[in-house]
Design a protein around this ligand. Sequence first.
Ligand code: DX5
Ligand code: ZN
Length: 213
Amino acid sequence: MLVAPSILSADFGSLARDVKAICDAGCDLVHVDVMDGHFVPNLTIGPVVVSAVAEAATKPLDIHLMVENNTFFVDLFAPLNPEYISFHIEEEKHPHRLAQYIRSLGIKPAIVLNPHTPAESLEYLLPYIDMVLVMSVNPGFGGQKFIDVYEKLRRLRDLRDRINPDCLIEVDGGVNDANIGALKDAGVDVCVAGSYVFKHADGLEAAIGSLKV
Ligand code: DX5
Ligand code: ZN
């Protein structure tokens, strides 16, 4: 299991310190939640702050867009050289075109599914993306309760195995040491965890280590 801590739960007053700390503690990706106050009822960070994150990080960035006007935001963040940029299928009229555009920039495209969006909506998109991000909370805030998405993950794994075995499956929202084993069994390759990692009583290394199942 690859671990991508969400910096939404970091201390924004000491963001560079926290980004360095999760990288030193063994994370695989740094998950960056970009919210525009329109697609979701919360507002986070733009390219000025994310460039400071990129500077501090020694692991690749995984940028999760929760925005309207995806292409505008892809163009804002592409110069920071993230490993992945993910966009919500619910907010994109032309996901096939956008995935190919992200790939043409040398970045791995990923598509995000909200809790209500079926795995099957990706059937004809899977060859064009490198990762699927399954939301296990409604997007917008850290620290929410995990929503049961196991059935969707199993269906997605079957589709992925058949259509594009190289595509990773990532899950985001309410992930902790109690559900990580079941998530792995359901086909998850990459987990995002915010509050669990940053609020763990035994520190970042213990938290990240406990998710590497
Ligand atoms: C929610 C974000 C998540 C969030 C996860 O919209 O996409 O990345 O930070 O936080 P936890 O792990 O606390 O649910
Ligand atoms: Zn996220």
